[in-house]
Design a protein around this ligand. Sequence first.
Ligand SMILES: *[C@@H]1O[C@H](CO)[C@@H](O)[C@H](O)[C@H]1NC(C)=O
Ligand SMILES: *[C@@H]1O[C@H](CO)[C@@H](O)[C@H](O)[C@H]1NC(C)=O
Ligand SMILES: *[C@@H]1O[C@H](CO)[C@@H](O)[C@H](O)[C@H]1NC(C)=O
Ligand SMILES: *[C@@H]1O[C@H](CO)[C@@H](O)[C@H](O)[C@H]1NC(C)=O
Ligand SMILES: *[C@@H]1O[C@H](CO)[C@@H](O)[C@H](O)[C@H]1NC(C)=O
Length: 453
Amino acid sequence: MRSILTSLVRFSLLWWVFGDISEKESIICEVEEECSSTEHPSLPSFLDRWGDFVSTDHPHCVDKNERDCPMKALLNACVKSPDVMLEECPFSCGLCSNYDTEKSQVKTCYGDLQNVNNQGVLEVIRKTQQYMIHQVFVNETYAKIRSSCKNRNVNCSQWAWEGECERNPTYMKKECAPACQTCHWLDIRIRCPFDESSAKERTTWSEPGDLDRFFWSVVRNDTLRTLFSLKVLSGPAEAIEPDGRPGPWVLQLDHFLSAMECERLIDLGHELGFQRSKDIGRIKYDGSTDSYESKSRTSSTAWCTESSVCGKDAIQQKVTQRIEQLVQIPINNSEALQLLRYEENQYYKVHHDYTPLHAGSMAGVRILTVFLYLNDDRLEGGGTNFPSIHNLTVLPNQGRAILWPSVLNDEPGQIDVRTEHQALPVERGVKYAANAWIHQRDFRTPLHMGCGV
Ligand SMILES: *[C@@H]1O[C@H](CO)[C@@H](O)[C@H](O)[C@H]1NC(C)=O
Ligand SMILES: *[C@@H]1O[C@H](CO)[C@@H](O)[C@H](O)[C@H]1NC(C)=O
Ligand SMILES: *[C@@H]1O[C@H](CO)[C@@H](O)[C@H](O)[C@H]1NC(C)=O
Ligand SMILES: *[C@@H]1O[C@H](CO)[C@@H](O)[C@H](O)[C@H]1NC(C)=O
Ligand SMILES: *[C@@H]1O[C@H](CO)[C@@H](O)[C@H](O)[C@H]1NC(C)=O
């Protein structure tokens, strides 16, 4: 009895909230079983009105018997035997509805409570409900992302109503996918269709030998040699100086940046704000990768993203243009410049810049690292050490650049394990540095499209 009463109260309340006056009267009438059957609403309008909201108590809020439930609901079974119907036909009955009148919020089984501040927002929620129940929960196309398609903000429905799905699609289509009806967007294969074999002509170093050709072109460039006192720290026997290591290419260019440029990059790092560096983590709900603080890396980082004060800085832009010319790869293939700060005793233990999770993505794997040292004054330690290249260590020197590949000359796209490296602990002072991680293909355009890795 008690549960029937609860249902009746909920029914009336919902109706009071969502129905117009005459409908409200008619439903109360039904509840009291005083109306003639001719006053029952038609099936579609009944579903429209009652099939609206889903509660977290009923994960998928679908009718167990899709054929019979609407009819039973129409015949007042929801009111007559709510316990059974709540179990069997929650959708048709709308018994799983959940509207908090005090807070003006609707609870759904796909994400956060939704703020409702006007009728338009309710309409969005109503349509979302239809979309989730009739497409996402039942259509196999959505199987992979079904459980991750959630409104991840209380204001999703309101924003959708205000037109934000169109105005701010990068955020909305992922964070408010139900409200925008863009659950498919969470599937990175659908969001970012990509076929690696057809992208070959846009891929840097796609053929065996390309990598060596690039490094030779730098090493044989007299302008570069004299301008930057170029040194082959490691490379093929024919390329190295007597004290060089035989192994993968590691080039050193001194005075690649002027002191003024170094100071500016350090200042920009402080303007952006250095924050604890992170490592690449697991794959997230939207197919991109997460980041996490790791004990193997204690430095701090500031990302010089395009839209930031740093990205717009003319001196920084000049530096990245110089990198672009040196590596002969479009700057769009590069991640934003990462500005680094290592305080005393901070380090980055042995790691590799190559990330297997990037393989087959639009941008592809990292193929080349350009590392810049921004200061050396009153600095001890903090060298870059390559344990698998005869323990080569490069010392910080203001304006010095070093570059090394992450992939093999003979097998494009495959990791060259020999270029694993570490940032040795700073023994005294503070070390400032920067690096550009360069990918096989355009990194920045996919990032803007929500296809970043
Ligand atoms: C499933 O969803 C896809 C993509 O929206 C659509 O093309 C297809 O027709 C749907 N299938 C059914 C059975 O509704
Ligand atoms: C939702 O919107 C309201 C105002 O419309 C705002 O005060 C609130 O901070 C927003 N909540 C979130 C989590 O964005
Ligand atoms: C040497 O490198 C510079 C800068 O990257 C470039 O402009 C120039 O064309 C190169 N010279 C030759 C002969 O390749
Ligand atoms: C490698 O070089 C580092 C830094 O110079 C040094 O601390 C370490 O002992 C060396 N390791 C080996 C195995 O020689
Ligand atoms: C580089 O990326 C930006 C987006 O960051 C894009 O607008 C631009 O067209 C890209 N340039 C090229 C040459 O692809």
